[in-house]
Design a protein around this ligand. Structure first.
Ligand SMILES: [Zn+2]
Length: 176
């Protein structure tokens, strides 16, 4: 039974399992070292674990960095760990609106998308804080890569179409 509110302990377990699969799929897609995600760990937060300033009403998730976000020269550092902040109330509300997908599938989609952002930033020199135009382009690109990664994975086609960045006004700002 899905209810609005925050993730339960069981939901967190589902998310952890989805994260393991998302790690494996992104590692294979980008041909990363098998220990990539152990060497560059990230943390998953839910809304209850972060300050109110990180609460967002329009998105499912966004990335944060730990520690200093700039070097002494003002550059973004690429070796600091990432956090993925999941907006669990928004995710649970989306699940309430549709009986066609579940937390496992939506969680896998969101985490694959966010891990792709992390790889793009760390490996492909993508700006983490781009202009609006650049951000829209990056979102489309990341969505396309997420679609390729999840091609053939059970039950993800419907979600990929639903959250296609171009086309739908609502989904435009769904992810960061
Ligand atoms: Zn995104």
């Amino acid at each position: 039974m899905i209810s609005s509110g925050f993730f339960t302990r069981s939901d967190r377990t589902t998310i952890s399992r989805a994260a393991r699969l998302a790690e494996t799929l992104t590692q294979r897609y980008f041909d990363l070292a098998p220990d990539e995600w152990r060497r560059y760990p990230y943390r998953i937060f839910t809304r209850g674990e972060v300050d109110k300033t990180f609460h967002q009403s329009e998105i499912f998730a966004h990335l944060v960095r730990f520690g200093e976000t700039t070097s002494s020269r003002g550059d973004q550092r690429r070796d600091e760990p990432f956090g993925i902040v999941l907006q669990d109330p928004n995710i649970l509300l989306a699940l309430l609106r549709s009986a066609r997908h579940d937390l496992w599938t939506l969680g896998l989609f969101i985490l694959t998308h966010e891990l792709t952002h992390i790889v793009r930033f760390r490996r492909f020199d993508v700006d983490l804080f781009p202009s609006t135009e650049e951000r829209d382009k990056e979102e489309e690109l990341v969505h396309g890569i997420t679609s390729e990664i999840l091609a053939g994975v059970t039950n993800t086609d419907y979600i990929l179409a639903l959250y296609e960045p171009s086309g739908s006004r609502v989904s435009k700002a769904r992810f960061i």
